[in-house]
Design a binder for this molecule. Structure first.
Ligand SMILES: [Zn+2]
Length: 375
């Protein structure tokens, strides 16, 4: 690939110039400390889970943006980079893990039917209850994963625009990826075009298999871009199967404008690389990493209050440091029957954000364009 990371002095000088618009002085030791956090040096030798993802270190503090705090302590508040003198930016994003399709529905109905029988036999009441939610929707002729129009209606009513990351699969990929959807599905294609025409952002949700293959990533991007009729600027990986810096090198090679993979795939979330500011880690590349802090889960019937509290804490920190808060809510958790309380939590969060005049609620691509003009 021939890509390499920026050197510590190069990266730190770009990071500080963006915030303070002039060079600031840091010792080589201080530079390395910040650099190691931004490029996730500790992850190179960290243990991995069965999906090949870094396991979050139990004693590590990701609850606050350590890099931003250290810079603020030394040099004070950063200048405000956002339009209309807003205090921080917020991006709402969705991974589209499931979609409509008659065949999909047929497979799913049979699968959940078998699951219900097995769970009933084993007395697994929780599974029986969750499957019952799915079938109650199906009885009303609703496919819970045919919801993109509903998402657009919801966000129209809330007055926001978000980013949707679509998988870009062919039929045979489903044998590997499970019950997802194909990019040739007419309902998916229509929704993608409608989103694009109405100022939602469409990005790529890179598939589970082959996350480090340039050919895989290129093929998926081309297919999605053909449907969109425009360039695909951003990418987030399904299951967050990433490894830094290899993932950045690949994304830079594939000419993405940004990646939004720097976060944790759990309800604790936080500041994985110690910053809520986007940054450009790869030498000679325009690629931005836009860290995300909050991800949902398929069931918030118990964890909703905790998640809302974390959201408010993270938002306060992002505002203090004038950064970007990025939230990831899966599009398939739209209905309460299949994802208890998730949609309600999303609406509560968006209403909270909309009531804060200090926030610029926008898409990741708008953030990147805005920062690119300042960098
Ligand atoms: Zn996914």
């Amino acid at each position: 690939m021939g890509q390499k990371l920026k050197s510590p002095s190069e990266l730190i000088s770009a990071v500080t110039k963006l915030r303070f618009s002039q060079p600031v002085s840091l010792s080589p030791e201080e530079q390395i400390k910040l650099y190691d956090r931004l490029v996730r040096r500790e992850e190179i030798s960290a243990p991995r889970d069965r999906h090949g993802r870094t396991i979050r270190g139990a004693q590590k503090d990701y609850e606050s943006p350590g890099v931003d705090e250290m810079l603020a302590l030394k040099f004070g508040e950063p200048l405000n980079p956002w339009p209309d003198n807003r205090r921080a930016a917020v991006c709402l994003t969705h991974d589209v893990d499931r979609g409509p399709g008659q065949l999909n529905c047929l497979v799913r109905d049979s699968w959940y039917g078998l699951k219900r029988v097995a769970a009933k036999m084993r007395g697994e009441n929780q599974i029986v209850a969750s499957v019952a939610g799915y079938f109650s929707l199906r009885k009303s002729h609703i496919d819970p994963y045919d919801n993109l129009q509903r998402w657009m209606e919801l966000e129209n009513s809330l007055g926001v625009r978000s980013a949707f990351y679509f998988m870009s699969l062919r039929m045979y990929h489903q044998l590997q990826e499970g019950n997802r959807y194909v990019i040739s599905n007419p309902a998916i294609r229509r929704a993608i075009r409608e989103m694009h025409d109405n100022k939602w952002e469409v990005g790529l949700h890179a598939r589970y298999y082959g996350p480090f293959s340039k050919r895989e990533l290129t093929d998926q991007t081309h297919r999605l871009s053909d449907v969109l009729g425009a360039e695909i600027a951003g990418v987030r990986n399904h299951y967050l199967r990433v490894s830094f810096p290899e993932t950045w090198f690949l994304e830079a090679d594939c000419s993405f404008h940004y990646s939004s993979n720097m976060g944790w795939a759990d309800l604790l979330g936080g500041f994985r690389s110690g910053t809520c500011w986007p940054y450009q880690p790869v030498a000679g590349s325009k690629l931005w990493e836009i860290p995300f802090q909050i991800m949902d889960s398929p069931d918030l019937s118990k964890g909703a209050e905790d998640l809302l509290e974390r959201f408010r804490n993270y938002l306060a920190l992002v505002k203090r440091h004038r950064g970007v808060l990025v939230l990831d809510f899966h599009s398939n958790y739209f209905f309460d029957e299949v994802a208890p309380r998730v949609n309600r939590v999303y609406r509560t969060i968006v209403e909270y954000l909309r009531n804060d005049p200090e926030l610029w609620i926008t898409t990741p691509l708008s953030v990147v364009r805005h920062l690119q003009a300042l960098a």
